[in-house]
Design a protein around this ligand. Structure first.
Ligand code: AVJ
Length: 325
């Protein structure tokens, strides 16, 4: 696409609340009905996600933290010190200080769509690491974005934590990995957390916890629509459902209508029959070999891989395309 075409597109692609409304209209009108998990993370949703990461059933965050604290030195030995650390979708990562200590990067670039969250966590990190240049970038890491000028001449290591890649279908994940390889440039490294396939009960429990926090997190999406798009959704008529789809190797989260419901969103009428669901999230899981194949398909070469003592979660390090000489 020419630069001119890209420029003029800006005027027709909706953004912010318009984009949310457009996507909600389309998702609630399609069959099956869907809403994208990217809309989970308003202020309330981000708080609920933080609570999820501390749940006994949600092993992912704990496992990745343990892997990082046990192997950070080894990771640093491979990447070498002095790279710019680029964190894709940083949120309020508790894992970041572990990596900053071990990798001794020459700059840190957290990238997140939530500007508020980004400023807060960047400020907190600046206090802990006063000598480290921090360059936050407000962007959707799924889009093409540009790295700050300050890190243009530094070798990079990307970090994509938490198995967030699990939200993408395989073709989307491959496209994302290829785009990331282009953004991070020659001789880059990528450190990526990828959750593994395991016992079904264990997987389902992680997405349907006993305290009902994940249910609240899922239902908050309907509350957000009511709050931000003047919706009249009877939230209490919906129930949180988490299922393991073995053929697709993914956890699916849905919101199921327990009775026939009618409501409006920004003035538009929707009817959902009892038993119908809104599909809100996929969380793909990979066997270790599949994870490496995924990285290769995305243009990366796996170099090393670490796991926790139970083998629940994988942390992989890969290298990007070699420079042309
Ligand atoms: C942030 C996408 C990695 O899929 O495990 C947690 C989100 N959803 N509980 C995941 C989530 C329900 C999480 N990711």
């Amino acid at each position: 696409m020419s630069a001119h075409a890209l420029h003029s597109l800006k005027h027709v692609v909706p953004s912010g609340e318009d984009l949310f409304r457009t996507e909600v209209f389309a998702g609630l009108s399609s069959r099956p009905r869907t809403l994208s998990p990217r809309w989970f993370y308003d202020r309330r949703g981000s708080e609920l996600f933080e609570a999820i990461t501390a749940l006994p059933e949600y092993y992912l965050t704990r496992a990745e933290c343990n892997i990082l604290s046990n192997h950070a030195a080894e990771i640093a030995r491979i990447t070498g010190a002095g790279r710019a650390l680029i964190e894709l979708g940083s949120g309020s990562s508790v894992k970041t200080p572990l990596l900053l200590n071990a990798l001794a990067p020459s700059a840190y670039v957290p990238i997140d769509i939530s500007g508020d969250f980004l400023q807060q966590s960047a400020a907190a990190l600046a206090k802990r690491f006063p000598a480290l240049p921090i360059h936050p970038v407000v962007a959707d890491f799924m889009d093409v974005f540009h790295l700050p000028v300050a890190v243009r001449n530094l070798p990079r290591v990307g970090y994509f934590a938490g198995s967030t890649i699990g939200n993408m279908t395989v073709p989307m994940a491959v496209e994302f990995l290829r785009a990331t390889a282009r953004t991070l440039g020659e001789d880059a490294h990528l450190l990526i957390g990828i959750d593994r396939i395991k016992d079904t009960q264990r997987l389902i429990a992680a997405y349907d916890d006993a305290q009902g926090i994940t249910a609240r997190f899922n239902l908050n999406l309907l509350q957000r629509i009511n709050r931000d798009l003047q919706g009249t959704i009877p939230v209490a008529a919906f129930r949180h459902v988490a299922v393991w789809n073995d053929y697709e190797a993914r956890i699916e989260m849905h919101l199921e209508a327990e009775r026939d419901v009618e409501f409006t969103v920004a003035g538009k009428l929707f009817s959902i029959a009892a038993g119908e669901t809104i599909h809100t999230e996929n969380s793909y899981k990979y066997e270790p070999r599949e994870a490496r194949t995924l990285l290769r398909a995305g243009g990366w070469t796996p170099l090393a891989e670490w796991s926790d003592s139970e083998g629940l979660f994988g942390l992989l390090l890969a290298s990007g395309p070699a420079p042309c000489r």
